[in-house]
Design a protein around this ligand. Sequence first.
Ligand code: HSE
Length: 296
Amino acid sequence: MKQFKVSIPASSANLGPGFDSAGLALNRFLTLEVIEQEEWEFEHKSHFLPYFTNYTDHFIFQIAKQTADRHQKALPGCKVIVASEIPLARGLGSSASAVLAGIELANQLCDLSLTGEQKLQYGTDIEGHPDNIAASLFGGVVVTATTRNNQVEYVRLPSLDLDVVVCIPDSELKTETARNILPDSFSRKKATTASAVSNVMIAALLSGDYHVAGKMMENDLFHEPYRAELIPNYENIRREAKAMGAYGTVISGAGPTMISFVPKGKGAYIREQMEATLSDYTIAALQIDQTGVQVD
Ligand code: HSE
C-alpha cells in the first residue's frame, strides 16, 4: 500500500506584462497526505478548501481520474488529507495548485512516470494557460509560450535576489470575470509596444536590473489597464509600495491580490509599513519558492 506526501506551491502569474506567460512560485503550499486504501476518501484540514459532498465531486479527484484515463489506467482508492495555505480566487494560483495535485496523485498512484513536460502540458490543457502551472510545477520564476501546434515551451530563470510582498483583500475575484473584461484583440502598434515592455521586463530580471524590471512591470498594456477597476485600492497599493521602496507592484494573476517585488531583506519591513495603511488586508512578506512540486 502506497503512502506519500505531495506539496505544491502557490503562484503569481503575469508579473505585469508577461500576461499568460510569466509566473513565479510562492512559499505558500497546498499539501496532500495520501494513504492507499480500499475506498476513496478526502479529509480537509483548512478553511481555504472548497466544500465538497462526495469524493467524485472533488476537483483533485476529477483531475486525477482524468489523468489516469489519459493513460488508460484505473485509479486505486486512497485517503487524501488536504491542507492549504492558498486562499481561493485571490490570484495566487489555488486552482493551478489543485490541478497539479490531481496530476501528481494519478502519477504516483498509477506509476505513470510523467515527465515535467507532460505534467506542464496536461496542466495547461486543463487551465487554458501555462503561467501558474509552470511556476508551481518547477518553482522559481518561469517564462512560458504556447507554440502554434499547442505545445508549451518553458524557461526557468536563475534565482532572483528579491523578496515579494502580497496584499490580499478579503474579497474574491473570479478569473473568468477578470478575463471577460479584456479586449479580444489589440492593434499591431499596441501589441508591439506591449510585448516590447514584457521583453525588457524579463531581460531586466535576468540582468538583475530590478529598477527597470519594476518600471516595466508597472507599464503593462495587455491586462492591467482593463482590470485595474476590478481591483480595490489598485493605485493606492502601487503608490504606497513604491513609497516604501518596492521596485514594482502588479496584479497577482487575475487579482484581486497585488504583488510587489521588493529588495531582498526588505520584505518584512515593507509588509509592516503597508499593514499600517491597509488594515483590512492580509499582507504577507513571502519568498519565491525554488522547489516546485515535491513528493516525499
Ligand atoms: N494569466 C492568467 C490571467 C492568470 O491573468 O488571467 C490567472 O489564471
